[in-house]
Write a protein that binds this ligand. Structure first.
Ligand SMILES: CC(C)(COP(=O)(O)OP(=O)(O)OC[C@H]1O[C@@H](n2cnc3c(N)ncnc32)[C@H](O)[C@@H]1OP(=O)(O)O)[C@@H](O)C(=O)NCCC(=O)NCCS
Length: 187
């Protein structure tokens, strides 16, 4: 079951995010806390037998287009408890988040992630759609967007992340992982 986050979910969400992201878990959980406190526009949990097993957050960022600053959404973080992975929970959370973004009237949802995973779930390369990465430390194929009904052709430009992504040093990758992933995409 996918439903909206409530304050009672705080501990359950922290446990899922921490477990899903392994060594980066604490940092990503602090990012989720920071986004929730300031720029979150929607937050969903997946529940199984009364226990939180997945989580996704949509936060407000901007596209700095030539004629206006455009409000957009960023899907991050997305987490599924390791013991529940591979059963469609992540897919259901992505679909529910995009549906929520549509309901909110967002013209686009951005994320950083595997093009194989998200490409099969409605996302496409954002650079090819005319958007510029907020950092060159996001490997180009990982910079993805789902363009929604409210989008118009002129709404292109640089994605400007809201402050918590920077405050928690959660933009893109850093070496040596950055070089490793770049080489993987090149080969
Ligand atoms: C990525 C994640 C959310 C997927 O959730 P999930 O519930 O396991 O996903 P689903 O069951 O809906 O989909 C499973 C598919 O995703 C693939 N997949 C899982 N993790 C992946 C990853 N990191 N990169 C690419 N593909 C991945 C599986 O191989 C499987 O592929 P298949 O359908 O072709 O067999 C989950 O693995 C997770 O929490 N990972 C750790 C945190 C993370 O990396 N979050 C995303 C950051 S962008």
């Amino acid at each position: 079951m996918i439903r909206a986050y409530t304050p009672d979910d705080e501990a359950g969400v922290r446990a899922v995010v921490t477990a899903a992201f392994g060594g980066d878990g604490e940092k990503v959980a602090r990012l989720a806390d920071g986004l929730r406190a300031t720029h979150a526009r929607a937050e969903l949990v997946a529940e199984a037998a009364g226990v939180v097993v997945g989580h996704v957050l949509l936060s407000r960022s901007w596209v700095d287009a030539r004629s206006a600053l455009i409000d957009v959404l960023v899907l991050s973080p997305l987490s599924v408890a390791p013991e529940h992975q591979g059963r469609g929970v992540g897919t259901a959370l992505v679909e529910a988040a995009v549906a929520e973004a549509r309901r909110l009237g967002a013209p686009a949802v951005f994320l950083e992630g595997s093009p194989a995973y998200y490409g099969a779930r409605g996302f496409e390369g954002a650079t090819q759609r005319g958007f510029t990465r907020p950092s060159t430390r996001i490997p180009e194929p990982a910079f993805q967007v789902a363009v929604l009904d409210g989008h118009e052709e002129w709404m292109t430009g640089r994605l400007v992340y809201c402050e918590p992504f920077w405050a928690h040093d959660s933009v893109g990758l850093r070496d040596p992982e950055l070089s490793h992933i770049e080489q993987m995409f090149e080969s």
